[in-house]
Write a protein that binds this ligand. Sequence first.
Ligand SMILES: [Zn+2]
Length: 468
Amino acid sequence: MTLRIAALCCAGLLYSGLSAPAKAVPNEQQIANVRRSLSDWIKADTSNPPGNEARVVKAIAARLQQAKIPYEIVAFAPGRENIVARLKGSGPDKPLLLLAHVDVVGTKDQAWTSPPHVLTEQDGYLVGRGVSDDLGMAAINLEVFLALKADRKPLRRDVILALTGDEESGGAGIRFLLDKHPQLIDAGIALNEGASVTLGEDGKVAYVGMQTAEKNYADFTVTATGPTGHSSVPPVDTAIFTLAKALVKINEVAMPAHLLPVTRAYFTEQAAFTSGEEQAAMQALVAATDDHQLPEAALAVLEKDPITKANLRTTCVATLISGGTKENALPPSATAMINCRILPDETVDEVRRRLVSAIANPAVSVNVIHDYGVPKTSPVDGEVAVALRAVTKQLYPGVPLLPVMSRGATDSRYLRRAGILAYGIGPIAMSELDGKRAHGINERIPAASIGPGLEFMLRLVDHLAVAR
Ligand SMILES: [Zn+2]
């Protein structure tokens, strides 16, 4: 704890000591504005369900109005709204979209040490529901957008601000915009949540994440059938035992490991900051000429880390089970729910076929509940990567920009499907452990990370949208 606080103060010093273009450095007022937004929006309690995002949208509208920026409020359900505004630029490039969601996860049955819907400063941290997911980024995006207007810099493309609802329960807000008002967010590139400026154990920035891909999500039912009757004379294959055998097979199935452009780029960058057998294993993986024929010895080293394993393979796990009606009766069927996180270049049907062949029993059926299709990914190079690399170099020299894939999903999946190259970032520097507090107890960000976070976004948007 002491280390982290001490180092955070140093991060603050580092940032204030930089010689940056004057307008890219946030002033005290802007930092205070972000804190005020966070305080007001956390108090508004947009726990989803029910959402009530209109409460926060009202406050955002007031700020935009004050700055004389026109905006559109788009309701997608009673009490639930998105807000979208645009600053016009000139030039051939399609707009830049700054996206963040203003709904938060509820706090029922969570034992917080401070009231979750009150922004509280404790030990150098700002604590409150939504402070990191995703109100912090929403507040920074708003401030950056207002700064662009106030600075009157000529823009070489439109910049769109969209603060939306329902990300935490399926993305009804962004889906409504894409379905009903696509012209409001007709961007070429988008910056959204999904990665972060990550602090190491020494409290210094260890890497800057850039999320370009997300695993696909699919649920399957696995159902076994068997003879019904009295339990006193059991047959060999009852529905429940057959299901149990199938589940063991699913647990043992080896989904093939392979590299995607994002994981290849990740290992390429990360190898330079690793040592020993891990480094050798990363180098061996990226040296493989066939992304689907990876050296087993290298996989064995790297897959000791379950996160790395989940980045290299589709994973499937049983999450629900049901079957039987009475202690002394044989049920006609038993069913388990299998939740799979699928690499973004594999189809749901391919995974289903692998499960079927692993089970190898015609008395067991495997059915997919939803198939949303193969997700799209964003390129690991290109203008957003170039801009992120430049900003990382300016603010955190020597720190790697790591392309990453999320194992969960954000609203970027809908943007990418609509042809918008979405990138997950997170300007507010925090440790991985603090990042994991999102959705949980005592969600928090370092108070000292607001200023550098604002500067990170100001510089990034400057790179991507301001005319030279
Ligand atoms: Zn979020």
